[in-house]
Design a protein around this ligand. Structure first.
Ligand code: HEC
Length: 108
């Protein structure tokens, strides 16, 4: 039996679906970059959001995998973030920046 065009087409189609899923995404790609639009929407300065994102990347993956902003609801961030900021040894200003970033990066 020889390979038909359809089979070839099918294996290419399958590969193009599977390959991107196998490429590991860096944390940077999974953690939305703070944008001016995000700053407007959340009424925070872009500076605060960028600081918060950097702190989050630096500190919030030390004890467990980074819990991606979008995987936690805004309501839950309000509850969890203070304890986690304490875990991470953040001061109040840093805690505020991380929470601002997490909320801005969470759409629900
Ligand atoms: C010193 C260790 C430590 C650091 C640093 C830390 N965490 Fe955690 N985190 C934990 C532990 C332990 C748990 C699980 C127990 C718990 O819920 O308290 C947890 C749980 C969580 C959860 C799930 C909570 C739930 O109730 O399901 C989230 C979300 C989270 N951390 C986010 C963060 C963020 C954001 C930061 C950075 C500000 C952070 N963590 C820094 C130790 C840490």
């Amino acid at each position: 039996m020889h390979t038909t065009g359809f089979q070839l087409f099918f294996s290419f189609a399958l590969l193009s679906v599977l390959l991107p899923a196998c490429t590991p995404q860096t944390l940077d790609q999974k953690t939305p970059v703070a944008t001016a639009e995000m700053a407007n929407r959340s009424k925070q300065s872009l500076d605060t959001l960028q600081t918060g994102r950097a702190l989050y990347i630096a500190h919030c993956g030390r004890c467990h995998e980074h819990q991606l902003p979008a995987s936690v609801s805004s309501e839950d961030w309000h509850i969890v973030a203070p304890g986690m900021a304490w875990n991470a040894g953040l001061n109040q200003g840093d805690e505020r920046a991380v929470l601002a970033y997490l909320l801005a990066a969470t759409s629900h």
